[in-house]
Design a protein around this ligand. Structure first.
Ligand code: ADP
Ligand code: MG
Length: 156
């Protein structure tokens, strides 16, 4: 079973291409958690995911609105926990209606809320490399995401 997938990208475009493939593979109810420092590329990856879902609206950093909903092949629920300081604020956000809905939920800074979030998800950790390099590590938490990673690998 494919539980991990690693890739190094060398430009924002390459990161978006990976996002594009993930968006194409997404199914209703899928959940992606994005973690990594500020400027790592979480929003950039989400822009690609949106394109893969056929979304033409632009993906902005949702830091100020916390959750944005965009319409595509599946709805994309894009959340960002950066500005939230505690688990109570996160549980009060009302994310459940998205997480258990029929779209794809993408949460930036999900590591801040792991204790109150579902335990099956695709974890995408982004680290800085040299210059414009970014190392992306995808880890499946749950069978659905093992299947998704297997498809991602076979697609390249
Ligand atoms: P985050 O949401 O993680 O804070 P953003 O996606 O908003 O980060 O910003 C990433 C920044 O890094 C952008 O300015 C983008 O142009 C730049 N960048 C440089 N190289 C890459 C790369 N390989 N992948 C993604 N972003 C990159
Ligand atoms: Mg961001």
């Amino acid at each position: 079973m494919t539980a991990h997938f690693e890739i190094t990208t060398r430009s924002p475009e390459e990161t978006q291409q990976l996002g594009w493939r993930l968006g194409e593979l997404a199914k209703p109810g899928d959940i992606f958690f994005l973690v990594g420092k500020l400027g790592a590329g979480k929003t950039c990856l989400t822009q690609g995911i949106a394109k893969g879902l056929g979304i033409t609206d632009s993906v902005l950093s949702p830091s100020f609105v916390l959750v944005r909903e965009l319409k595509g092949r599946l709805p994309l629920y894009h959340a960002d926990l950066y500005r939230l300081d505690n688990l109570r604020e996160i549980s009060e956000l009302g994310l459940d209606e998205y997480l258990y809905g029929h779209g794809l939920t993408v949460i930036e800074w999900a590591d801040k809320g792991l204790d109150v979030l579902p335990d099956e998800y695709l974890l995408i950790a982004i680290d800085y490399g040299e210059g414009d390099e970014r190392r992306l590590k995808l880890t499946a938490h749950g069978k659905r995401y093992e299947e998704l990673l297997m498809r991602l690998k076979n697609k390249r």
